[in-house]
Design a protein around this ligand. Structure first.
Ligand SMILES: O=C(O)[C@H](O)[C@@H](O)[C@H](O)[C@H](O)COP(=O)(O)O
Length: 240
């Protein structure tokens, strides 16, 4: 395990989602109390969606000013802007609209630009323009194959060292065309939170925490500068 890496196990997905939502709201409130504008990188996926809904339910009592939080996406499915597959659309529906977030940086869609590479280049420019300093919290779902964002085992994007965001073709998880932040960008975060639920992920979690090669288990390649937390339910932790 890296410096500052912790594992937090909760009995089930529901408790996990509620706990992560509360932790996020607490972190945002603390950062704002220090006079900072928090930057958060969101992820797609099922457990993230549950967490997002919990955030919407709990936001009112949190004291967080969501107009003063900047949201980014760790990856995006390269589909039409109005597709229900878009991580951005799902996050808006789950909580961003409900909490009144106004600073949400979407990855350009297939309705805006011609290719995932073009969308990635545009997102990189946005990051360069609006991301001063580091991201405060990066949230990452983890696939059964150990992928995070759209960084898949054996794929060349894992070795990208210059670009902040890159296009992905032939993704093993549909849809095939995607945009992802690179490891270099994800590793600029103060806190990295892995969000993992279900026994289908147990082997990937055990391998990542066991120090697998990042080309085999991409989650191994991401570490927060001050904190890396594996938020798990009991099923995802069952092989630890
Ligand atoms: O766009 C996506 O699909 C993702 O951002 C991806 O990295 C996701 O977070 C994991 O695949 C976990 O997804 P599940 O929680 O649905 O398994």
């Amino acid at each position: 395990m890296s410096r500052g890496e912790t594992v937090r196990v909760h009995p089930d997905a529901e408790t996990l989602a509620r706990t992560v939502a509360l932790a996020l709201l607490t972190r945002l409130a603390e950062l704002q109390a220090e006079g900072r504008t928090p930057h958060v990188v969101l992820t797609g996926g099922t457990i993230a969606d549950r967490i997002h809904h919990e955030v919407a339910g709990l936001a009112g009592e949190s004291g967080v000013d969501f107009t003063d939080v900047v949201f980014w996406f760790g990856d995006e499915r390269f589909v039409a802007g109005d597709s229900s597959d878009r991580n951005a659309g799902q996050a808006r529906a789950a909580f961003l609209d409900a909490v009144g977030a106004t600073q949400v940086h979407d990855v350009p869609s297939a309705s805006d630009v011609a290719s995932a590479d073009e969308a990635a280049a545009a997102y990189e420019r946005l990051l360069q323009e609006h991301l001063v300093g580091e991201v405060d919290v990066v949230m990452l779902g983890v696939g059964e194959d150990g992928h995070v964002a759209s960084l898949f085992p054996g794929y060349p994007q894992l070795d990208e060292t210059e670009a902040l965001a890159v296009g992905v073709r032939d993704s093993p998880k549909p849809p095939p065309d995607r945009v992802t932040l690179t490891l270099a960008t994800l590793n600029r975060a103060g806190a990295v939170w892995f969000l993992v639920s279900g026994d289908g992920k147990a082997a990937a979690v055990a391998e990542a925490l066991g120090g697998a090669d990042l080309h085999d288990v991409p989650a191994t390649g991401v570490d927060g500068r001050t904190e890396t937390v594996w938020w798990l339910d009991a099923a995802a932790a069952s092989r630890l």
